[in-house]
Design a protein around this ligand. Structure first.
Ligand code: NDP
Ligand SMILES: O=C(O)C1=N[C@H](C(=O)O)C[C@H](O)C1
Length: 238
């Protein structure tokens, strides 16, 4: 498969290593300094684009892939407000777009565990719930995209929580998401239910970026020949 990498930072380089080892060819490596490669004449060499850039640039990059009619896998977080618009465009133009806040298989299983635990806790009002995410100090967005997915899952099932806040809140209806930035943490997410009697805690800890990068390559292969809007849940059939 011929891959265009949009974003050649920590994730772009990790994906390059894994994709190349699996026999794929990286035909474009695009970063902030060679933006002309986002034009159709270049992008159309690729079977798929894999986009890991910044919250400010992801929207533009995905639209450039649509212009070239190249399927796009995006892992950039911090641009959730623009996702519905991109998803609608994808459908109306019969493009292929796959976004996930986290591409690791472990986190996608953790999402399912989180949903199940939240459903079990729905009627157990003696438990409060809060979240913590820990990432490296270069991370631009907070809370992390993964934490927001986890929070949406809790809010969907636990009626005593109606909104989240990125700090410690004393308001019972608020789900607190505490963000810590500590090097070199690749990504740790914890959900804790606390009562006077006991605590229940679930944690996912990434030991490196390998899981995110491998998942993105699996998603790119899976997207070949498809049109529509997808996420990692579709790839893993969860
Ligand atoms: N979904 C998931 O599984 C994961 C998602 N992420 C997310 O992926 C994103 C990238 O993370 P990470 O690789 O660690 O970040 P880095 O800061 O290491 O890399 C970002 C890259 O984007 C490039 N870039 C900036 N502007 C543009 C542009 N307009 N067009 C193309 N490239 C551009 C930068 O280029 P330059 O260096 O020249 O400025 C850099 O190469 C973040 O949003 C992060 O949260 C991260 C890990 C896993
Ligand atoms: O920026 C990162 O590094 C990560 N970003 C994603 C997120 O915001 O959830 C995924 C992973 O946690 C690493």
């Amino acid at each position: 498969m011929k891959i265009a990498l949009i974003g050649y930072g920590k994730m772009g380089q990790a994906i390059d290593a894994i994709a190349t080892a699996k026999g794929h060819e990286i035909v474009l490596r695009i970063d902030a300094n060679n933006q002309h490669l986002l034009e159709k004449e270049h992008l159309s060499q690729a079977d798929v684009a894999i986009e890991f850039t910044t919250p400010e640039t992801a929207y533009h990059n995905v639209l450039k892939c649509f212009e070239a009619h190249v399927p796009v896998v995006s892992g950039t977080t911090g641009w959730l407000d623009k996702l519905p618009e991109v998803q609608a465009l994808c459908i109306s133009q019969e493009q292929a777009f796959l976004h996930a806040t986290n591409f690791s298989i472990g986190v996608n299983i953790f999402f399912e565990v989180n949903k199940k635990l939240a459903a079990l806790m729905a009627g157990q009002s003696q438990y409060d719930v809060q979240m913590e995410e820990i990432h490296h100090t270069h991370k631009k967005d907070a809370p992390s995209g993964t934490a927001l997915t986890l929070a949406e899952q809790v809010l969907a099932s636990v009626p005593r929580k109606t909104a989240w806040s990125n700090d410690v809140s004393s308001e019972p209806a608020i789900l607190s998401i505490i963000s810590k930035r500590i090097d070199p943490a690749p990504g740790t997410h914890t959900i804790t239910y606390t009562s006077a009697i006991d605590d229940i805690t679930i944690t996912h800890t990434a030991h490196s970026r390998e899981g995110f990068a491998a998942g993105a390559v699996i998603a790119a292969v899976w997207l070949q020949g498809k049109t529509g809007v997808f996420t990692m849940r579709d790839v893993l059939n969860l």
